[in-house]
Design a protein around this ligand. Sequence first.
Ligand SMILES: Cc1ncc(COP(=O)(O)O)c(C=O)c1O
Length: 357
Amino acid sequence: MIDLRTDTITQPTAAMRKAIAEAVVGDEQKREDPTVIALEERSAVLLGHEEAVFLPTATMANQIALRILTEPGDEAIVGGDAHLFLHELGGPAVHSGLVVKSIETVDGRFSSAQLREAVNPPADLHMAPTRLVCVENTHNGGGGRVWPLEQVREVTAEARRFGLATHLDGARLLNAAVAAGVAPAEYGREFDTVSLCLSKGLGCPLGALIAGSRERMAKARRLKHLFGGAMRQAGIVAAAGLYALDNHVERLADDHANARRLAEGLVEAGMPVDLEQVETNFVQLDAAVLGLGADDAVARLRAGGVLLSFATRKDVLRAVTHLDVSAEDIEEALARIPRALTGAPVVDAAGAAPTPY
Ligand SMILES: Cc1ncc(COP(=O)(O)O)c(C=O)c1O
C-alpha cells in the first residue's frame, strides 16, 4: 500500500529514534529539561522571535495564539478553509470567545485589499471589533500553497494600519520556506505569533512550537499549563524535534519534487490535476471530473493499492508526499492511480492483482 493520505503518518527514522533514546531529560514543567530548552531556543531564532514554547500539538499552538492576541467578543479574520477555523473544533469560540470571519479565497491566500474589506468599521458599536488576522502558510485547505513573502508583507502592513494583531499558522512553514527559498524567520517576524508543527513534513512523532515576544510567550506558558499541555520529561520528543531541524528540513525539497513528479505523471495519464496548484507536497485531484464522488474514488484507490484522502473541497482528493514515500513509490503510484480511477483492471507488472491492504 502506498500511503499518500497526509504527511502526519510518518514513522520516526532509526536515527531519530536513536536521538530520542539518547535525550537528556528533566521536568519540563519546572523548566528543567535541557533538551526542551535547547529546542525552544533554537526555534525562537528559526521563527524570528525572542522566545518559543514547546507544545504537544499545532492545534494547541494556534489556540494559545488566539487567546493571547484577543479578548472575548473580538473578531478574527482568516483565509478561506483555514485550519484553525474549520478543523480545530470551534476552538476560537470555545477557548477565546471569538467570532471568526473567513475571507473567501481560491487557495487560502488573500490580498491586503480583501483584508481591508473584511475589517469591521472600528467605530461601529454594533459589530465585534476586528482584532486579529491569521495567515496559514503553507495553506493546507488550499492545497499546500505558499504565500509569497511580498504578499505576506502587504497583508501584515494592512493589519498594522488597522491596529490588528497577526498570527501565522505555520504548521508547514518550513515547506513554505524551502519552496520559496525564504528563511522561515523572514516570514515569522512579520507576525506577532507563529506556530510550527514538528509532526508533519519534519517527521517527528509529535510536538509543535509557538513563538513570539518574551511577554507573549510568558502568557503562552501559562496557557499551555492551563490547557493541560505542560509536560514532564518532554525532552524525549524535543530530541526528535532537534534531530528533525538538523536533518529533515532541506529534504522537504525531495517531498516537493516527488509531488511535482506525481502531478506531472498524473496529467500525462489524463488525470484531472492542475499543475499550477502544486507548490509543495500536496497534489489535488478532482474526482468529479472523472464522474466520481470522493468516497467512491478513495475506495477504488484503496482497492488499487494507494491511499489518498479528501481535500477540503467537495469531491477533490489529495495526495501528500512525505518522508516515508520514495521516488520509486511515486512511480508505482503513477501506475496505480489512473488504473484505479478509470476502472481498468487492477493488475501489477506481472499481471497479478496486488493485495489491496
Ligand atoms: C495548517 C495546519 N495547522 C494546524 C494543524 C494542527 O496540527 P496538530 O494535528 O499538530 O494539532 C494542522 C494539521 O493538519 C494543519 O494542517
